[in-house]
Ligand binder design. Structure first.
Ligand SMILES: Cc1ncc(COP(=O)(O)O)c(C=O)c1O
Length: 405
């Protein structure tokens, strides 16, 4: 048994120790990778009792696995939630939480700026299942309230939106959700603790693509849903997680836990580098607009100061000026990305490596062009995930690429 009272230690200590105890059989400090599909029973009676949940225990890894469970407990502690269910991807987490909370005939109020994959779920898959979705600008809580009707079961948004870095006032929207008896589900992928803890502000569920900052090493696809114990038990047993089979592999869970031990250190450094990059870009003669919540020019900088714990994420979006050496912002952007040497042209985010991409043709290509433009995802928009390289090298890389425009 761990001797640590997790409620009595600071965040950095908690995130290292939560969910993990020395292995009972061997004393191994690091959680073993239980790379097994099934678990043996001493007797038929024991198997039957475990199947019927009369006694606790593992049966089959689609329903539960000790390495996956350690990750779940660590992520529940990370977000300050009662329980967690881990999934094989962030999209698995989004599918499982939504289909755990809504059914045909229900209605979802959804943020208008969301990851492209989530947009497909909300614009196509949910309506195909007879679930209505209304998109709203979540920077305006009054718009969220106006969109609620008697069929609304869920309000869903990204805490810091992909890709334009908009913020929603979680506390305000949580009050609205409670008033109307609606569940608030947020995707906190862009701003994991220690940046932002949505459950403490009143959200009911937090999901993460742990693929990103939480694993932090660019070598895993994974997701988690964190929320109240009883609801998580229902989601764990629903047809997405259990029947369609969305659990992660134990090896991936091991890697994510390994990454999480350095989460606070990494996140602080990502945010520090991003702040410096955002200030550099804002001064650049080639750049028209920079979207970064840490900049005073960000329309919600005051909310960011209040909500984001003095760190403003490692993500930046920016647009180049039109007519740089006769090029459109889109053409200049393409040339700029193609000439970078340190930053890799790639989707995903939160890796040690700096990644840069073009949302309109990549992460958000599946969003209808008119909906994209309405929320500022123009053809010239560039999304940057600032890595952990020395920021001076990143600036040098950008300088040499701008010079080639
Ligand atoms: C904000 C956000 N949520 C969810 C996802 C989906 O996660 P995954 O790729 O792990 O399925 C992504 C992927 O980029 C994302 O950016």
């Amino acid at each position: 048994m761990s001797k640590i009272d997790l409620n009595d230690v600071m965040f950095e200590t908690m995130v290292i120790h939560a969910g993990q105890e020395p292995d009972k059989g061997t004393g191994a400090l690091s959680t073993p990778i239980f790379q097994t599909s099934t678990f043996c029973f001493e007797t038929v009676e024991e198997g039957a009792a475990k199947f019927s949940k009369e006694i606790p225990g593992y049966v089959y890894s689609r329903g539960g696995n000790p390495t996956n469970r350690a990750l779940e407990l660590k992520c529940a502690a990370l977000e300050g939630g009662e329980d967690c269910v881990a999934t094989a991807s962030g999209m698995g987490a989004i599918g499982a939480v939504l289909l755990g909370l809504v059914k045909t005939g229900d209605h979802i109020v959804c943020g208008d700026t969301i990851y492209g994959g989530t947009s497909v779920v909300m614009r196509t898959n949910m309506p195909d299942l007879g679930i209505d979705v209304t998109f709203v600008d979540t920077t305006k809580p009054e718009e969220v309230e106006k969109a609620i009707n008697e069929k609304t079961k869920v309000i869903y948004f990204e805490t810091v939106t992909n890709p334009t870095l908009k913020l929603a006032d979680i506390e305000e929207i949580a009050k609205i959700a409670k008033k109307h008896g609606v569940k608030l589900v947020v995707d906190n992928t862009f701003s994991p603790p220690p940046i932002l803890s949505p459950l403490k502000l009143g959200a009911d569920f937090v999901i993460h693509s742990v693929t990103k900052y939480i694993n932090g090493h660019g070598d895993v696809i994974g997701g988690v849903i964190i929320g109240p114990k009883d609801d998580i038990a229902v989601i764990r047993g629903n047809y997405v997680t259990k029947i369609c089979g969305t659990p992660p592999s134990p090896f991936n869970s091991y890697l994510v836990m390994r990454g999480m031990k350095t989460l606070p250190i990494r996140v602080r450094e990502h945010c520090k580098n991003a702040m410096e990059m955002a200030e550099y870009l804002e001064k650049s003669e080639y750049v028209k607009t920079v979207y970064y919540p840490g900049l005073k020019s960000h329309p919600q900088h005051e909310l960011a100061k209040k909500m984001l714990n003095g760190m403003y994420t490692g993500m930046i979006a920016f647009e180049l000026k039109d007519d740089v050496k006769g090029l459109s912002a889109f053409e200049a952007g393409k040339k700029f990305l193609n000439n970078l040497k340190i930053a890799s042209i790639a989707v995903s985010l939160g890796d040690p490596d700096t990644l840069i991409e073009h949302p309109a043709s990549m992460t958000h290509a599946s969003v209808p062009p008119e909906s994209r433009l309405e929320v500022g995802i123009t053809d010239g928009l560039i999304r940057l995930s600032v890595g952990l390289e020395n920021v001076k090298d990143l600036i040098k890389d950008f300088e040499q690429s701008f010079a080639k425009l």
